[in-house]
Design a protein around this ligand. Structure first.
Ligand SMILES: [Zn+2]
Length: 335
């Protein structure tokens, strides 16, 4: 059997699964063990495109930092024993135009901005110690054409940093969306949290900061009287995120008692921000007759996805000795 063909085929299956299963669901609280290497900090960035006419003022900078400190206190109130830490603010200019960066697909824009920032600060998608919070200084055209989003570079906790994109107009005028409550929500995504409907809660009425609950909306620097909390699954997810919240203790949070131990990861950003990488003994590894055949994305799988993939391979590769490892340990399963 031609092993090279098998590998390509497997990569295709993996890629297809990533498209279909983002976010990757898991009922078991087992995550890839990347090891904890240095704290990931939240880095404020003003991002100017080449053809933008607006300048960054001292007032903008003060407002941005004040919003970040309010968000930091919010996370501290929720987590009690820890919050995120801030890195120095930066202003980054690009010679490229608005047209290049701000395409109709925010997904593509996020990838372009991340690529540019990684190059600017000299990191790759794996070793970058920042969650970039980027205020994009561009001419906002109005309507629905605005930016507000957050995501991780790689998905699982401790696999790297992330990105939050926010509009300059919102920082200055609280429009098209309130800056403070949106910042808290998008940071949650950059720390690896999904929307609460993926966990079985109501997207609009749940009290989580990750919901679309209108009660959470801030007004300028003033937070809502009910600015939003976290669901047990979200506390659990953040407890795994040791690179962002090294001091956070799940047992110090009341709601841990009712934790359902359900984890859902965000999917990774695509390879336009840098290639996936093989990690030995991290996450899922698949072997045919003792030879490793998995694609590098398998390192990012949660345990349930890995197990489903292993079972599929056992069923569909007759005559091949199929084995799987998760975090370096042989995976066992009944028939
Ligand atoms: Zn969201």
């Amino acid at each position: 059997m031609n092993k090279k063909i098998n590998m390509c085929w497997f990569l295709k299956v993996i890629s297809l699964m990533l498209c279909l299963l983002v976010p990757l669901a898991s009922l078991r609280a087992k995550v890839p063990e990347f090891g904890v290497e240095g704290r990931i900090r939240v880095k404020p960035v003003f991002f100017l495109v080449g053809d933008s006419s607006t300048e960054i003022t001292e007032k903008d900078m003060v407002a941005f930092l004040r919003h970040l400190e309010i968000a930091q206190k919010h996370y501290k109130r929720l987590l009690k024993t820890d919050s995120f830490v801030l890195a120095d603010a930066a202003v980054v200019k690009s010679n490229k135009t608005q047209e290049y960066f701000f395409t109709e697909k925010q997904f593509d824009s996020a990838h372009k901005i991340v690529s540019m920032l990684l190059a600017e600060f000299g990191y790759d998608r794996w070793d970058c110690p920042f969650v970039f919070v980027v205020v994009v200084n561009r001419q906002f055209k109005g309507g629905e054409d605005y930016f507000g989003g957050g995501r991780t570079f790689n998905g699982p906790p401790n696999s790297g940093g992330g990105i939050v994109l926010l509009e300059m107009d919102s920082l200055r005028k609280d429009f098209p969306y309130p800056f403070q409550s949106t910042l808290v929500h998008e940071l949650g995504h950059a720390f690896g949290l999904v929307h609460p409907d993926a966990l079985g809660y109501d997207l609009y009425n749940n009290d989580s900061i990750m919901s679309y609950n209108q009660k959470h909306r801030s007004n300028g620097f003033k937070q809502s009287a009910s600015p939003g909390g976290l669901n047990p699954e979200e506390y659990l997810m953040l407890s795994y995120n040791k690179r962002v919240f090294p001091e956070f203790r799940l047992d110090k949070v009341q709601s841990n008692k009712q934790s359902l131990k359900k984890l859902i990861f965000l999917g990774p950003m695509n390879e336009t921000i840098g290639p996936f990488k093989h990690f030995a003994g991290v996450g899922y590894e698949l072997f045919y007759n003792g030879k490793k055949v998995n694609g590098p994305e398998a390192a990012l799988y949660d345990y349930s996805t890995a197990l489903a993939n292993l079972k599929w391979n056992v069923r569909n590769r007759p005559g091949v000795e199929v084995t799987g490892r998760y975090n370096g340990k042989v995976m066992e399963f009944g028939h």
